[in-house]
Design a protein around this ligand. Sequence first.
Ligand code: AMP
Length: 283
Amino acid sequence: MIVADRIDAVRKTLDEARSSGRRVGFVPTMGALHAGHVSLIERARAENDLVVVSIFVNPAQFGPDEDFTTYPRPLDADLAICDRAGVDLVFAPGTEELYSRPPVTRIVVSGVSESMEGAHRPGHFDGVALVVCKLFNVVGSCRAYFGQKDAQQLRVVSRMVDDLDLPVEVVGCPIVRDADGLALSSRNVYLSTTERERALALPRALRAIECAARDGERDTAALRAAGLRTLEEGGVDEVDYLEIVDPETLEALTHLDGSALVCAAVRVGRTRLIDNVLIGREG
Ligand code: AMP
């Protein structure tokens, strides 16, 4: 496995690979890797000839009061996970390699970036779009693997790729959960044992909405109320949002008619968690 911290080295390796006919699979991450990330790597392995993982905690997507400085950075453990998972190349640049000077260029993916995470984390998706576009420009033509865990991010990246004709095929991958239902996240390490128990209200609330929809409830206000009740009873400290939206446009739905995406963000102690579920596929 090659570990590179320079843009030039990554470009050279991948250009050579592509010119000998190898297909490149790319998994962008912020490190602190877990089984969710590994599922993306495995999918990339299965569908391509060479797998690249980037590890970069992107300052541009963190707000001033967010956890940029404390975000876990266990690089040695991450490299061992990548090696075991059969990754060919890890790109782990320092901040100065990607941002040699403060960028004055912005990529604003309007519409899909504005609600939910976008409304609660101003500038977050501008930071995501910029770094993902930069990483795509470094990696070049590839298939890129993103988790449905960050459903809005997946929509924002897909729309950016489409609008800018980037030579990238975006592949969305299912959410990986712990046995107790909590979606795996690098931020779960912040949770104490009792906070973790309270955090389980998040997947439980999504399941409650899914069950109510399956039982025939079509009114999204009633479905949201059921979810919010579960969150409150479970003891989460704050609900940033709980929305039922169109899976494509991410616009809020008043009525279930076909499939819908239920997205939520909550705070438990000092930890902010997001999760989502796709419901109503049966129509
Ligand atoms: P992050 O390192 O948190 O930026 O995540 C990197 C990629 O891994 C993103 O595409 C995430 O959506 C994906 N990811 C994170 N957690 C999970 C999970 N539990 N299941 C599937 N994919 C995930």
